[in-house]
Design a protein. Sequence first.
Length: 163
Amino acid sequence: MTIAKIMLAELLAEAVTTRKMLALFPFEKSNYKPHEKSMPMGNLARHLAEIYGWAKETVQQDELNFAKLDFVPEALTSNAELLALFDKCLAASKAILENTTDEEMAKPWTMRNGAEIYFTMPKAQVMRTWVLNHSVHHRAQLGVYLRMLDIPIPGSYGPSADE
């Protein structure tokens, strides 16, 4: 089994819980923030959904240069659109990772902002940290937001206090 297929299996496993969490997102509370420094919940949910599509940036590119990005977040108007975005992103990553070689996963990848380099590491490590770990981190944040709104949350790695 290739490194990419191992990563894909983990991405798909995490996606089950992430989709459950995103399905609970109360769209009418998109501007909710538990703290002034927190990201609004709508932005957090959209960001979490988008992370599942980052195999493109991680595997099919050799760097991400924020100075050259023209990214505009997709405007969402409903929870159904959020879930559709998540499903589209996950499907795109699945198609990429199913056909990625170990040689490609071993190549270096750089995150930068113009001349400033944040890090360079093998693509496999970027998939692990910048995609998989990053998604779990933001899913946990979303769980805190939901908990603070008294919305029962599903368990991630076993039952939650609500189950």
